[in-house]
Design a protein around this ligand. Structure first.
Ligand code: G3P
Ligand code: CA
Length: 252
């Protein structure tokens, strides 16, 4: 029966560029953010963690090993040790010496060049650490352009308390329990699930949206998945290939 639905009845999901335009450029670098800005994405997602001396930096893993020419845990290295690392060569030689940006450098690019940021806090962040990043966002006049998210429930609580004006999402790798109850208890605006797990409990999309909570599903790189999620009516799809998803969306 679904196959008989005209495509025009569907509304396209918003496009979120995952770790910048990570299909095209080294993830979580300024060049990946810049590529995402020109991809047709509605949001640019990046991950942040912080160094031993408390500098928030843009990185996905808890070590620098995979995405730079260095080794070590990011929270055990000073910023002076990470700022000179090559975060581009692992992806392609053309990106040699592309640095790992600090959060402030990434925010500067949004302040200067525009775009909407989906900012993921990796690991646990204290209230004070979250408050510092909120001030960096406010100082640049970016409060209307930034949505925050985390898998870490305590970090989400700290974000709601310290930056209540920033819309917030709860990331979930599994859809355990009652997603609406969990989202409402935390006071988040969005529930951002692993897409494969969401497709096992598709009714959750309507339940969340009926409660006024958006659904932003990660990370889907193929049209078959985009189709299923669009039929479910998710609010946003997070993808490594934002230009392709934006192009695919033009059918609707
Ligand atoms: O934005 C959601 C998605 O990025 C979460 O997964 O591991 O890519 O940060 P991960
Ligand atoms: Ca992420």
């Amino acid at each position: 029966a679904e196959a008989a639905e005209p495509a025009a009845a569907l509304a396209p999901a918003q496009v979120v560029a995952h770790r910048g335009y990570s299909g095209l450029a080294p993830e979580n670098t300024l060049v990946a953010i810049e590529a995402a800005r020109h991809s047709g994405a509605d949001y640019i997602e990046i991950d942040i963690d912080f160094t031993a001396d408390g500098v928030p930096v843009v990185i996905h893993d808890d070590t620098v090993d995979r995405t730079t020419d260095g080794t070590g845990a990011i929270r055990e290295m000073d910023y002076s040790e990470v700022r000179g690392l090559d975060a581009g060569s692992w992806f392609a030689p053309a990106y040699a010496d592309e640095p790992m940006p600090s959060l402030e450098q990434a925010l500067d690019s949004f302040a200067d060049q525009g775009g909407r940021l989906l900012l993921e806090y990796k690991g646990g962040w204290s209230a004070n650490a979250v408050a510092e990043t909120a001030d960096m966002i406010r100082d640049r006049g970016l409060a209307d352009s930034v949505m925050v998210q985390s898998f870490d429930v305590e970090t989400v609580r700290n974000l709601r308390a310290e930056a209540p004006e920033l819309p917030a999402g709860l990331l979930r790798s599994r859809l355990d329990g009652d997603p609406v109850a969990i989202a409402e208890e935390l006071g988040v605006d969005a529930y951002n699930p692993n897409a494969e797990r969401l497709l096992e409990r598709p009714e959750v999309v309507d339940e969340l949206q009926a409660a006024g909570i958006e659904v932003m599903a990660y990370t889907v790189n193929e049209a078959a998945g985009w189709q299923r999620l669009t039929e479910l009516g998710v609010d946003a799809i997070i993808t490594d290939h934002p230009a392709q998803l934006a192009g695919w969306n033009r059918q609707f």
